[in-house]
Design a protein around this ligand. Structure first.
Ligand SMILES: Nc1ncnc2c1ncn2[C@@H]1O[C@H](COP(=O)(O)OP(=O)(O)OP(=O)(O)O)[C@@H](O)[C@H]1O
Length: 274
């Protein structure tokens, strides 16, 4: 199967000195390797349609920066991100159909949703931003459908995000992404802020949605304990670089890299303590 998302040789630095063209089209930095922090260093990844790739690694390993490049919130210094062979530039410059195709679910739903807005308003906002995805006819029925897709009752529509539980908020975040018809969901630590039992429900939901909505998932997490529940393939990052990548069974069951073994041992220790 041909790839949906291809990330090639991505490099991102922070804190270097602009070379005089900052604000222009090229984000280039003088002596970046020496004066800036290399957050992502030559990372290449592929995600096939309806596949889940988990990107794992400790805090600071560069996972979120890769995710932000994919959704267009971070411009790489070099390298490329393509979706079905089309370049994915910064979010503001993406054609609307590519903006819709790649949606992100953030770690903390309480800060990614305006607490004063009702669920209906939040989903309506997504439809306003992407009019091509807005329902042509009966909006309340379309709203009920999208809420049902994420396991929420229709009466949640009238409630404010600030009055919902963490799990309900994350379901609303997923509904908001689903409402615009994505092909790829980038989930950045999407279950990390939730209680363990709610984590399992949201993981189950993502697995179900992947099949029912034919989604691919780029699932970013520091927690190897959740990866086996969701991933087809696993990529392990350390210090901005990829150290190992392969089928989930192989990376989790017979890791080749010492660092992956250390992460797995740490996850096992945490599991034993829980
Ligand atoms: N906007 C920024 N400005 C400066 N440095 C940054 C910025 N964003 C990330 N970094 C740095 O880049 C490195 C990679 O960060 P990133 O958030 O991508 O890692 P991560 O693996 O997702 O970790 P975490 O799970 O803690 O977010 C870190 O050293 C981080 O401090």
């Amino acid at each position: 199967m041909s790839d949906l998302l291809v990330v090639s040789d991505l490099r991102v630095t922070f804190g270097g000195r602009p070379n005089g063209r900052a604000g222009g089209r090229t984000k280039s930095w003088a002596r970046r390797g020496r004066t800036g922090l290399v957050a992502v260093d030559g990372v290449s990844l592929r995600v096939a349609p309806e596949e889940t790739l988990a990107v794992v690694g400790e805090s600071g390993s560069g996972k979120t920066t890769v995710a932000r490049c994919v959704v267009g919130l971070q411009r790489p210094d070099s390298g490329s991100v393509t979706f079905e062979g089309r370049p994915l530039g910064p979010v503001g410059r993406r054609p609307p159909e590519l903006q819709r195709a790649v949606q992100m679910v953030f770690q903390d739903p309480r800060s990614s949703l305006n607490p004063r807005m009702t669920v209906a308003e939040l989903i309506g906002e997504a439809w306003r931003t992407h009019p091509a995805a807005a329902p042509a006819g009966d909006r309340p029925a379309a709203l009920r459908r999208v809420l049902a897709d994420v396991g929420l009752d229709g009466d949640v529509a009238a409630r404010r995000a600030g009055d919902l539980s963490g799990g309900q908020c994350q379901r609303v975040s997923i509904a908001r992404a689903l409402a615009v018809g994505p092909r790829l969901l980038v989930c950045d630590e999407a279950v990390s802020a939730l209680d363990v039992s709610v984590q399992a429900q949201i993981l189950r939901l993502l697995v179900d949605l992947r099949s029912s909505h034919r989604l691919a998932l780029l699932f970013i997490t520091h927690d190897l304990g959740v990866v086996h529940q969701i991933a087809d393939r696993v990529a392990v990052m350390r210090g901005g670089a990829l150290v190992e990548e392969g089928p989930a069974g192989q990376v989790l069951g017979a890791p080749r890299h010492e660092y992956t073994r250390t992460l797995l041992d740490a996850a096992l220790d945490l599991g034993a303590e829980a």
